[in-house]
Design a protein. Sequence first.
Length: 397
Amino acid sequence: MPTAWILKNLSRSLKPPVENMRQLGTRRSQSRSIVKILAASFVMLFLVAAVIKLLGLADLVLGGPKTVFNLITNTGLKSDNDHINVLLLGIGGQGHEGPNLTDTMILASIEKDGQDVTFVSIPRDLWAPSISAKINAAYAYGQEKNNQGLILAKNTVGQLFDIPIHYAIRVDFSGFVRAADLVDGLDVDVENSFVDLKYPIEGKEDDTCGLKIETQKINEVNTQVVIDATGSANIISEENDHFTCRYETISFTKGPTHMDGATALKFVRSRHGTNNEGSDFARSARQQKVILAFRQKVLSGQTLLNPKTIINLATTFRGAIDTNVTNEEISLFVKLGQKIASTSIRKVVLDADRTESVLDVGDPANYGGQFVLDPKSNNWHDLAEYVQGEIFNLEEK
């Protein structure tokens, strides 16, 4: 309620009784109501603060989802060239195949005044020379070595793009689903309709679907084959996949769509969508859409003015996050969070699916037979320069 309106009505209530007494009584009643509302508001804020303090939730509230999605900087945070660089990682977590492999990797670079933000989506199949493996294995390798996943992931991406990575935040998918549900779902604009006939069902990754699997020697090499209903042996491959019970069919329709947490997760993880939505480029673009939709929901009044939701979000993320952001730095991240406008966020996707792509499919012979992405020019320095140019807007400066 505007302060000017309050003062105007309070001053009117103090005028001499020359007006109608009934009107004066009404105004006095309004003034008393205003005072009650203000008093109730202060009491409510006090109670919320007291509860947070008594229950020891202060760190949870400060360390909640703003730390992950506001992505802003201020004096006191680490930075180089007036940019703070944050690596966002998403893993399947326990119960998923390859629980510590990063299915989602996004480098967020933020100018210190918060007026320019760049999201660089990194494909999981991009080769990382420093670890002689795909880049999505960096966090997993680090976790195997005394829980150093964040350190190795930061160093790997930093060396690849020749950019210092100041902070890293890892979120598991179960935490993301719960968080999206806590804010009553996300509003996402689906750019293209698509159907995915092979979305993996959690817990059925190794289901044999009632089929018999054998190892046979083919061309002097021990090879796993599946025996079909006719007794014929078929080599197991992604192109020749008989295990249909492992998958479900999902679909999305073009246009504004409200998604709960589970649906949003399927939207970002789908890898076999029709209508060109099975490409790395399309998948990375969907991931960025969902992250920005979550950020918008968290910064809405519906969320920020609901202490219970904030505490629940903080509790959820506390159990689902691994980060090197300190308690002292959290308040600096929070401070300018609402100043980042969606229009200031630029999105860059590294892929090999378009004419203008900077990556290409590497020769499997050079990578132990693996499907790998590497620079089109076969020059890793060129890739680093391209990413730096996008982050620092070098063409415009």
